[in-house]
Design a protein around this ligand. Structure first.
Ligand code: TGC
Ligand code: FAD
Length: 390
């Protein structure tokens, strides 16, 4: 007979294969051993051992997990999603490392790169030896990357000369390679930039109150000279970087539910044990309403992520469907975390518990990879046929 499991009320586990469960459990265990004991301290100090974590994630096959060849794991979209969920259940900043490495930097090279670029960069990125970053956003062009100012021109010898600034770049200062998108005479192109190139620097951005266990940097390119073959040959126009974003956004659809799960589970446990007015606060109707609503949105979100994963595995996932998932799941996840915070009372604001950390992390997740408003407008355009960005 089936029993009701408060941790899986819809029985979503039944949708997974044994291999899916094995991957999920391995990543969950890694996060429990390697992230959870330290994360509050990293968060408080605004640091994380990114290089060490990247190597460990690489050893688990979690970097460029869905890609094939070049040392990548060739996992399914559902398996990649489950890994994102488990990593983000520990911290969104660590999941960002996974997303940027695998879904943005490695994906760009895998999807749009030459054979030489793939062989040179991907194996070391899959092991986490080399960290990658992805520079699309600029100080004056975030939601509207079409307006970017960073540009590259060819000199007389055929080399590229790259100049400009990128802003809010995850992993910037720890990266060995940067994928930088720039305006050229041929349209927007992607460049594979070794970060030791003369003229390239990546100063860190400080004073963040969100995603504190993640490195965020500026990229400054002052006449960076690159060989002719530094350009990604298969990407011309904004469809190049936006194609990479589909992949990373898909991982976030799952990941956000990881943050939400941790907050829900924390609130549930707290509500069962914390007593006021002579009884557990979980016995009050108002608390139960919160827990019921959180559980509904959490598991609806996981089902949605699973549905999108199956579509991606079948090669049938539309960008508008990714926007649907990113919009819903990040918005609901932050709501779940904020509600969990209220259930914990004053303890909710403490780093001794994970909820405030997750809630403040999700402020970044709500904004990056396309803001709520951008995904509403993508869906609005798909629904009405009318574009409302400009
Ligand atoms: P639009 O005219 O609609 O499109 C230009 C070209 O791109 C194609 N396209 C797509 N291709 C693939 N996937 C998608 N999702 C695509 N969306 C559009 C489109 O077909 C067209 O191709 P072509 O060949 O006809 O030229 O472009 P637009 O200028 O109107 O902009 C549309 C908009 C606003 C949706 C887009 O600019 C956008 O998504 N803006 C948000 C920017 C964004 O998400 N930035 C994220 C930066 S990276 C990041 O945040 C990493 S954080 C990572 C972490 O730490 O986890
Ligand atoms: P803006 O585009 O200036 O938007 C400000 C507000 O205006 C938003 O609410 C937005 O939705 C709204 N708005 C804008 N246009 C419209 C419109 N047409 N209609 C209605 N509302 C509109 N970028 C990278 O390239 N690589 C990275 O690795 C990366 N990592 C990041 C890490 C962190 C921690 C953060 C916070 C950001 C990161 N980003 C990265 C940048 C991120 O993608 C951008 O912040 C995001 O795309 C929004 O751009 P913006 O901040 O310039 O906001």
């Amino acid at each position: 007979a089936t029993v009701f499991d408060p941790h899986d009320p819809l029985g979503i586990d039944d949708l997974l294969t044994d291999e899916d469960r094995a991957i999920r459990d391995a990543v969950r265990q890694w996060a429990a051993d390697r992230v959870l004991p330290h994360i509050a301290g990293w968060y408080e100090r605004g640091e994380a051992p990114v290089r060490e974590l990247a190597r460990e994630l690489g050893a688990m096959g979690a970097l460029g997990m869905q890609l094939t060849g070049y040392g990548c794991a060739g996992a399914t979209a559902v398996q990649y999603g489950l890994a994102c969920l488990e990593v983000e259940a520990a911290d969104s900043g660590i999941r960002s490392l996974v997303s940027v490495q695998g879904s943005l930097a490695m994906y760009a090279i895998h999807r749009f790169g030459s054979e030489e670029q793939k062989e040179r960069w991907l194996p070391g990125m899959a092991t986490g030896e080399t960290i990658g970053c992805f520079g699309l956003t600029e100080p004056d062009h975030g939601s509207d990357p079409a307006g970017m100012r960073t540009h590259a021109r060819r000199d007389a010898g055929g080399d590229w000369v790259l100049t400009g600034r990128k802003m809010w770049i995850t992993n910037g200062s720890v990266a060995g390679v940067a994928i930088v998108w720039a305006r050229t005479e041929e349209g927007i192109r992607g460049f594979v930039v070794p970060t030791d190139s003369p003229g390239f620097s990546a100063p860190d951005i400080h004073h963040k109150w969100s995603l504190r266990a993640s490195v965020t940097s500026e990229l400054v390119m002052d006449e960076v000279r690159l060989p002719a073959d530094a350009v990604l040959p298969e990407a011309v126009g904004l469809r190049g970087p936006l194609g990479c974003l589909n992949h990373a956004r898909y991982g976030i659809v799952w990941g956000a539910m990881g943050a939400a799960r941790t907050c829900f589970e924390t609130a549930l446990e707290y509500a069962r044990t914390r007593e006021q007015f002579g009884r557990p606060i979980g016995g009050f109707q108002l608390t139960q309403a919160k827990l019921a609503d959180m559980a509904v949105e959490l598991h609806k979100g996981i089902l949605l992520a699973h549905h999108l994963g199956r579509r991606m595995d079948a090669g049938r996932l539309r960008p508008e469907q990714v926007s649907f998932g990113k919009l819903n799941n990040v918005r609901e996840a932050i709501e779940i975390c904020r509600t969990a915070r209220t259930v914990l009372g004053a303890n909710g604001i403490s780093l001794e518990y994970p909820v405030m950390r997750h809630a403040t992390n999700l402020e970044s997740v709500l904004t990056y990879e396309g803001t709520v408003e951008m995904h509403q407008l993508v869906l609005g355009k798909a629904l009405t046929g009318l574009e409302a960005f400009r």
